[in-house]
Design a protein. Structure first.
Length: 201
């Protein structure tokens, strides 16, 4: 099979998804105490994120992508802007995905994360709730299952704890535990809530 330069599927795979996936893998490698981070590493990552943005924008402007491709491009652009510490632009890119379809769980979790970083907990909770609700609906393309259940549940635990609703926070921690048995974060939170309850007695 000969890949044509104007084929929209292979264009997004080779120009966007593969380079950004490689970047994500490199940035999420386990850290060791012996590793020496060379000067300029962060600059290289930022250059790669900046370079990806016009490619994503061109892809969306051409209007030849399938619905999952367009939503994925908005998601990747939002993540690039977030890595570049431009949260407003990241939010705009994520909201842009709604022009192509209903809110997807992964998009909702990204938006919730931006509000959580701003300590706007009610807004963050809204989007994490929506991620769980939309997670039960059929989806086109690929998606991360954890964005439909575990991730929004554990983040709702954080949101409600910050808002002072400990019982609801504990309930969402238990829900997260039902999706991922033996999870370290769930176990830590369970101990945290138990100590908090003991102090109130």
């Amino acid at each position: 099979m000969i890949l044509k330069p104007d084929d929209h599927f292979w264009y997004i795979v080779f120009k966007i998804i593969i380079p950004l996936t490689c970047l994500w893998i490199r940035s999420h490698r386990p850290k060791r105490l012996s590793v020496v981070r060379l000067p300029g590493t962060q600059d290289t990552k930022q250059r790669e994120h900046r370079a990806a943005l016009p490619v994503l924008e061109q892809f969306l402007q051409e209007g030849r992508g399938w619905t999952p491709d367009n939503i994925g491009a908005c998601l990747l652009a939002g993540r690039c802007y977030a890595r570049l510490e431009q949260p407003d632009e990241a939010m705009q890119s994520l909201f842009r995905s709604f022009c192509y379809g209903i809110p997807q769980p992964e998009i909702c979790c990204e938006i919730g994360g931006l509000f959580l970083e701003r300590q706007q907990y009610p807004q963050a909770a809204f989007w994490y709730h929506l991620a769980i609700e939309t997670g039960h609906q059929p989806h086109e393309g690929f998606w991360r299952q954890e964005c439909c259940d575990y991730l929004p549940a554990i983040q709702l635990c954080v949101c409600y704890d910050r808002m002072g609703d400990i019982s609801t926070a504990a309930a969402y921690n238990a829900l997260a535990g039902s999706f991922r048995r033996g999870d370290a974060a769930v176990a830590y939170n369970r101990q945290y809530f138990a100590e908090k309850a003991a102090r109130r007695k």
